[in-house]
Design a protein around this ligand. Sequence first.
Ligand code: HEC
Length: 131
Amino acid sequence: MRQTSSYIFLCFIVAAMAADRAFGQDVAAGEHLFKAKCSICHSPEPGTNKIGPSLFGVVGRPAGHIEGFDYSEANRTSGITWDVPTLDRYLTGPQAMVPGTRMTFPGLKDPGERGAVIAYLATLQPGNATR
Ligand code: HEC
């Protein structure tokens, strides 16, 4: 009996480590994709706006809330809060989700790529050890 429960515990640890590693790989792939596809218009640094607003802290933030950035009416009044499901939909086709958005980006059609970019965006938070 004792042996069974420690075996189950061990399985749990191994699964958690594997999940953590997969997440780390996603973040690394996401950072790479971000540099290739988003960084032309977006900075991951707080307070730095380019053609698009800074994406620091975007996960959990309501749309259109970076002070001093000239958003489109469509984005500002969208009522969206950027979380994993809304970002996944937006990044599939920004114009389809927010008609009239100024983000002229065709979208990421690969769900794995979207997942990786969103995993990376989720690390752009104050006090995150990876930053
Ligand atoms: C050609 C420039 C351009 C590219 C490339 C681009 N964006 Fe954008 N993005 C914008 C602009 C401009 C806005 C503001 C949209 C508006 O006001 O309608 C925006 C807005 C956003 C928002 C909403 C931010 C907010 O504060 O409401 C998110 C999230 C976002 N972009 C993510 C991304 C990601 C992730 C990528 C790469 C996969 C990307 N963007 C690629 C220009 C771009």
